[in-house]
Ligand binder design. Sequence first.
Ligand SMILES: [Zn+2]
Length: 179
Amino acid sequence: MRWVGNEAAPELEVEVAERANGKPVCSGCGHHRPGYDRLAKRRFEFVPLWGIKVFLVYAPRRVECPSCGIRVEQMPWAMGKRPLTRAYGWFLASWARRLSWKETAEVFRTSWESVFRSVEMAVEWGRAHQDLSGVQAIGIDEIAWKKGHKYLTLVYQIDAHCKRLLWIGKERKTKTLLR
Ligand SMILES: [Zn+2]
């Protein structure tokens, strides 16, 4: 563990490593595959401690997969291609239920896009694990981002007993809603 950043904005970096016998898993097919090489170290943002940003530092391995070719290993603790850990994604997504996404980004000094991707992850997880049969009323909202050049369509369940975000779609077109 080491301190980086400066006095005004200190950051903690924590080096992480795979288990001694941990074989990498191909991100394409999910099978254990022989290692190929290692990419440069990357930082993955973790839940902040007392307002101090915390990063896990890890050099992802690549595997040589007979079915997928050379692929980066699966990192189930990271959020896809974002430099965020899923733990931090869940943290941001839970705050984004109380504050606006913009406020959440400001309070935790992260980007609007990181908040959006976190909410998206939480909503996708929820959709894969929830039963939609009880939904009777839905509400639709749109938000603008990138200075109003891009839009997202949000679909909420608005039943009296349950209000929750069900879906996030890119754009705000008829096609978006039909999906
Ligand atoms: Zn594979």
